[in-house]
Design a protein around this ligand. Sequence first.
Ligand code: URA
Length: 236
Amino acid sequence: MGRKVPVSDLLPDRPTLPKVQKIAAGCKACDLYKRGTQTVFGEGPRKATVMLVGEQPGDAEDLAGHPFVGPAGKLLDTALEQAGIDRRQVYVTNVVKHFKWEPRGKRRIHAKPNAAEIAACRPWLETEISLVKPHVLICLGATAAQALLGKSFKVSKQRGDFVDSTLAPIVSATVHPSSILRAPDDEARREEMRRFVQDLKKIAREITRARSGDQGAPARARVGGSGGAKPPRKDG
Ligand code: URA
């Protein structure tokens, strides 16, 4: 067993995205580096307005070394385009930077990262957020939403809501694009895609407002739990 080195021991005093990405390539903060081909770090403009946070790289991302380039990424590209969000202006990343998988025959099947793996990887994501400082941060799927907005966050109920959080001025969550790919039939897939694009359109309107200098805050829901969610205000 290799010795685990916490990310905090690796982070430089003056981080930049290229520096941190290079260091993350050798990350051994949890055992997932043994299974994955490589660290898949976030990508996008340093000053991206929008950051999308997924769960972990998939099979295609693990091989390519880039986030959201496989089937879920292609669906995400289509949905962003339909919502009027320019993908080139978006920073995409994941809560866990290595592909966790289990063998099934010759295939590598996605396995959910556990709490320890998510916690071990978290400083990379925190560093990305602090460097990019996105105006809008969107969690894709329950793993990202619960890691960043608290364990009690329910994507099925709270998708598309704006959440009061210290992570970014505008924070929201929606489903993971791979859940749309798993829909049981074409009709269900079309409906799930429609709802996904609808969530993204709501976010697109906030991006437009931010660009036009309108800093008026959208109505937000408060969430409990850990992460960047602000604690409820004590009114009176
Ligand atoms: N799913 C994710 O959560 N992230 C990726 O990069 C690809 C698929």
